[in-house]
Structures are given as C-alpha cells and as structure tokens.
Write a new protein. Structure first.
Length: 587
C-alpha cells in the first residue's frame, strides 16, 4: 500500500497517530477522548542535587490519576533554557510509577518517552502505561511550546515562526537531560539503565538528545529518521512551516538552515555508533512512509552503523502504522525489559471482576474472532439479533450469524427485517459460494480450481488498511492499561436476573450510554442495549463461542437451494465487491 490511498482517507482528518486512534475508538466502541482530571491536588517538592550541568533544581510532584498498573504523578520543573515566552520555561511531565514493584526490589530501568508532532499525547501515554505494566517507570513530558507551554495561538503560531520551531529542538534536548536528572535521582530507578523512546517528532528528538546524553543507554526510534531538510521539504505536515521559511529574508533563511543542521540527528549520529554496535538502539519504521521517508530512515541508520537492523513495517505508511501499534509497543517494552523479571501469569478463574476487566475481555474476544483462525476442526461462532430505532421508529433489524473455521473456511448469513426483508448468505468450504436464500438459489465457484483464499483477499487496499487499523485499535485497547479509563466511565450495574452487567458512558458525551450484560460467569456477552449517537440500539447474543467443534456442514450452503456453477475467480471477485460495498456504506 502507498500513502496515495490513505491521503484520500485522511482528507478531512489529518491527524497523527493518536488522533486516528481516538476517532476509531469512537466508531468501534462508541467512546471519545476525555481530559485527564486531577485525582489529588496535594503536592510535594523534591530536590535534585546531582545534575548533568551542575545546577541543582527542585521539582513539584502530585498525583494526577490512578491507573490499573501505575500511579501517574504530575511533575513540573524548570527548563534549563529560558525563553521570552514565560510559560515555555516550565517543563510539564507525567511520571508513571508501577504499582507492581515488589517491596525491597532492586532499582529498575526507566524510560523517557517523547510525543508526536501534532500535540496529542495519547500515544505516548499508552507507551508509558505499557512500560509501567511491565514494572518499568516511565516519564513523558510536553515538548517546548506544547501543552501548557504553548504560544497564545498554539501550534499555528509555531508554524508561523520557523526560528522558534528550530529553537524547540535544542531546548527539548536540554529538557531531556534535565528529565534524566529527575529519573536518576528516583530511588526506584537504576541510574545506569535509563532509556529514551520517541515517536515521529519524538523519535527525531530522542536521537538528537541521546547523542548529547551519555546516561541514556537504550534508544527506541519509532517512525523517525535523519536529514531534516529533506523531511521538511517533502512532508505534507510541514507545508506551512516550509512556506514560512521560504517567505523569510535570505539572511534569516541562512540562520534557519544553520539551526536546521544543529537540530538534525544525522549531524550527531556518529556519537550513537557505539550504542548501536552494542545492540542498544531499536529502529521501527514503515516502508511506505511519506512523512519520514524510508530514505531518511536509512540515512540515519547508516550513519549509526545499523542500516541492516531496521525493523520495517511492510506496506504501511506514517499513519496506517497504527495497525501495528500492539506489536510496536510489545517490541519496545521488551527492548527495555531485558533483565526485568517477567510478571507472574495466573489463570483468571474469578467471577469478581472490575468493569474494565469485563470490557477488556470482550474486546479481546472480538479481536480474536477477527484476527485469529481457530484450530483444525474448530470454529469461532457468533449469532446476533440487532434492533436499531430512532424516535420510536425502526431503522434496522435483523439477525447476523458468522462462523469462522480453519484454512479460510467461513459462513456469513444475514437475515434482515428492516429496512427491507431479505436473507443472504456467503461462505467458503472447499470452494466459495453466495446464496440468495429468498430466491432459492446458490452460486457455487466450481468451474475452476483455485487455492482457497480469504474472502478479503481482493478488497481495495485502502479498505484493507481500514480493517487492519480497526484490528490494531481493538488489540491496543485490549492490551493497554489505562486507555479505556481515559475515555470511558465504567461501572457495575445490577440486573434483575442476577447476570453481571456494566454501564459505559463517554466522558465527553454522557448522553451516549451502553449497558453490557454478561452470562453468569461474567465473560460472555448476553445483551447490549443503550443509546449511541441518538439511536436506540438493542443487540441480543444468541451464540458467542470460540474454538467450538466445527462439522463441515457449518460452512456449506443450504442443500435445498438450487445450485448454479460459476467461475471460482468470479465468485472471489463478488466477495470482494460485496465487502467493499459494505465498507463504503459504513463510511
């Protein structure tokens, strides 16, 4: 896939990583982003005497919120660089202190995490929370001129003043070194095992800062590269900045070009060669990235002496790389946790589970249904009855049954009552088939023998990207502590029949309300009802099974239907056209 396709997709939603994550979570889970509320306003002041520049300082610390795996503290401390914009001179940070640190445990590695270009901090919070869940303290801070440090006009003002944009990098490097001072002084942190990780802009600054900071031992650069001049000249996201640079007088342009070289991680990459040779740098990049082009990644990797060790995300761009978020996080956490004892794993047999536990379990099941084939002779099976109405008037009603087997076998049957009455089915056993049940006919792909392929094999690439992204979102929601709490209010809700249930509300749109009822064990869904975007939704789950026995008849059409043989290749194209049509209607 090339970014040509997802350029169309993002015409009206040009957001980087975390914004895409939030938007799709709303679509998939009916949730939205929420501001992080203070959990405790009490403060303590901590003095740091041993610093990189010999200048002691104090930082203030208070509890921001409690998450499943970490207590998150808000920190503020002075930036080593003073600017004319006074709010920019204070560093605002969030420190994720793991809750699972054993008493008397030896100090742990810790990680500084840097955020992306557009000023949305959700992705870096996900990374910090994931590190904390593995017992690794993590800290993120807002880069110069971001968040509470922003200019009056926000990032728009920064784009209009390129001299400030390029002054951002040396200040960010100084802020990284001060943040390392904070971590090195913490009792739970091993000062000899501090790392840094950054995504996109954060990755560029991570490479540049690590070159100056010898205490940073391990480095993870995600969707990053070198040669800022090339990146700014070609990236869509830097268009306004590029235009502002071109509008400056020649003398100022020359100064900006000098600042650009000083900010470029490529200029200082030789300082990282020893750490790269020791295997202490991890680079994760996308083969179709048009924001940080692969050539820029290769330039930086070559300058560090690790051009053959970049981990490439094949077929993905700067935005669609979100589909690999769980894998990216897993690799990053494992990279920093090389000698941290693995967490104890125990089977969950308890029915006394929190609302978040139940929701995460359900999301994990949906992800398994969509992404994982069952074993031989087994199937995943769901049977849903859906009713949607608005102002008391039916909009949609029907029943959906989906069975997924091994080796590409499946059957999908839709029996609709609203907006019109129709029953269709499609599936694949030894060959693909499509049945118009109301017409009493089934089309069988029997005139040509082809390898059995997935029904999505020939779907338009941009729709495949959306499906992959949706799976990535589901997986991220299932494995990332604290993500759901940041967007949802979740509470237990007693029901008359004694089945456990939870209520979900959007923090920013509390009128959207969903109640999920589970079976007596609290793990399988029984019913989902509520209001989503003003519509009344009621879903009843008649079947919800995984790795169930799968007789061959589950994947075959009704034997009473009249059979019409067609070309197998034509049937596969019909599958693709049907799924593409559905995807476009959903849009």
């Amino acid at each position: 896939m090339t970014d040509q396709y997802h350029d169309i997709w993002f015409t009206r939603r040009r957001r980087i990583f975390a914004s895409v994550l939030s938007s799709l979570l709303m679509a998939l889970l009916a949730v939205g982003r929420a501001e992080i509320a203070m959990a405790d306003a009490s403060e303590q002041t901590v003095h740091v005497a041993d610093t990189h520049n010999g200048q002691p300082f104090d930082y203030r610390m208070h509890v921001l919120r409690e998450e499943t795996a970490a207590t998150v503290y808000g920190l503020t401390y002075p930036s080593p660089i003073t600017t004319e914009h006074k709010p920019n001179n204070t560093v605002w940070a969030e420190y994720y202190l793991p809750k699972n640190l054993p008493a008397g445990a030896r100090p742990r590695p810790a990680v500084v995490c840097l955020h992306i270009l557009n000023g949305d901090f959700q992705l870096v919070r996900i990374l910090c929370a994931s590190l904390a869940s593995r017992g690794i303290p993590a800290i993120m801070f807002k880069l110069p001129y971001y968040g509470e440090r922003a200019l009056p006009g926000g990032l728009g003002d920064l784009e209009k003043r390129p001299e400030l944009f390029f002054a951002l990098v040396p200040q960010a490097v100084a802020d990284v070194r001060r943040t390392v001072d904070v971590l090195a002084a913490r009792p739970e942190v091993d000062a000899n095992r501090i790392g840094i990780a950054g995504i996109s802009l954060g990755g560029l600054i991570s490479a540049r800062a690590a070159a100056d900071e010898p205490r940073v031992g391990r480095i993870v650069l995600i969707l990053a590269g070198g040669d800022l001049k090339d990146i700014i000249a070609n990236a869509r996201e830097t268009r306004k900045l590029r235009e502002q640079i071109q509008a400056q007088p020649e003398a100022l342009q020359a100064k900006i070009e000098t600042a650009l070289r000083e900010a470029d991680p490529l200029t200082y990459a030789a300082k990282l060669r020893q750490r790269a040779a020791a295997g202490n740098i991890l680079m994760i990049n996308a083969t179709e990235d048009q924001t940080i082009p692969p050539r820029c990644t290769r330039k930086l990797a070559t300058a560090m002496g690790m051009e053959d060790r970049v981990r490439w995300l094949e077929g993905l761009g700067h935005y669609t790389a979100i589909v690999e978020l769980p894998g990216i996080i897993e690799q990053t956490v494992a990279f920093f946790a090389d000698d941290v004892p693995p967490p104890a794993v125990q089977e969950d047999t308890s029915t006394d589970r929190t609302p978040r536990d139940r929701l995460v379990g359900l999301i994990g099941q949906v992800h398994k249904l969509a992404s994982t084939e069952p074993g031989a002779g087994r199937c995943h099976l769901i049977d849903l009855e859906v009713h949607v109405s608005r102002d008391g008037k039916p909009i949609a009603a029907g029943r959906v049954m989906f069975t997924r087997g091994a080796s590409g076998r499946f059957q999908l049957k839709v029996a609709a009552e609203q907006p019109e009455k129709i029953t269709v089915a499609l599936g694949q056993d030894k060959t693909p088939w499509l049945a118009a049940v109301d017409k009493g006919v089934v089309f069988r792909g029997e005139r040509q023998t082809l390898p059995v392929v997935s029904a999505t094999e020939n779907i338009d690439e941009r729709h495949q990207a959306k499906l992959r992204m949706a799976l990535g979102i589901l997986s991220a929601a299932a494995v990332t502590p604290g993500l759901l709490e940041s967007v949802l209010e979740m509470r237990d809700l007693p029901t008359e029949d004694g089945h456990p249930a939870i209520e979900l509300r959007l923090k920013r749109q509390p009128k959207d309300r969903v109640v999920l009822m589970f079976d007596a064990a609290g793990k399988k869904p029984v019913r989902m009802s509520g209001v989503i975007d003003g519509a009344d939704v009621d879903v009843r789950f008649h079947a919800w099974q995984f790795e169930a026995p799968a007789p061959d008849a589950l994947f075959a059409p009704d034997g009473q239907l009249r059979r019409v043989a067609v070309q197998q290749a034509d049937m596969q194209r019909m599958f693709s056209a049907l799924v593409t049509f559905i995807m476009e209607k959903v849009e």
